[in-house]
Write a protein that binds this ligand. Sequence first.
Ligand code: PEP
Length: 234
Amino acid sequence: MKLVIANWKMNKTLPEVRAFVETFSREIESVKNVTVGIAAPFPFLAAARDPQERWWVVGQDCSAEKSGAFTGEVSADMLASERCRAVLIGHSERRRHFGEGEEILAKKLTRAAEALLQPVLCVGETLAEREAGKTEAVLRRQLSIFSGAGAVAYEPVWAIGTGRNATPEEAEETMAFIARELSGKLDAPPILYGGSVTPDNAAGLVRCRSFAGFLVGGASLDPHTFSAICRSAG
Ligand code: PEP
């Protein structure tokens, strides 16, 4: 079973979420062999949920703290009580805009595990790091906090929201490195690819040996486009 997660980021209003769900409820019928997740903004987790539970709802982030006086934060326990099955941890936008590093992300992984949410740890190098030959060192550091449970999403930062996706060869080379780095862990976690995935480039990426699914940003906002990607992954 592959895993394909939509990351809506800070997009959509409630009527738009409802319209997506209505259309996607029909589209999902033709998606086979794929666990689908929708990482909706926090206020819309309930609205994004499928009454028939044919797809998961997923948190885009969770607090490093368990509960208490942390205004504006959303805890892993809250996500679990909203019936989320998984949570993104360490998306590059959290790292870049909110300064999240390994120390805080390790705590978030712990909170997710305590709440029985599957963490999806997002890792990836910037263009400058890749060009400086630092990709493996960066990924090694980012993966060092991963316990082995959940999934890893390889998202080269230079490919996120830029329209420039990694070629299947580039993706495979790096995902194979990630698989080797994690080979000592209890279970081999699925490795997802993320970064400007579209229905047009999905088929090539699906053929990568290490491919276990996608994390999809921009192309997940439209239910037809997103379901086409889900179908390619299956
Ligand atoms: C993402 O935000 O995780 C992502 C992969 O975005 P996009 O598909 O828009 O590059």
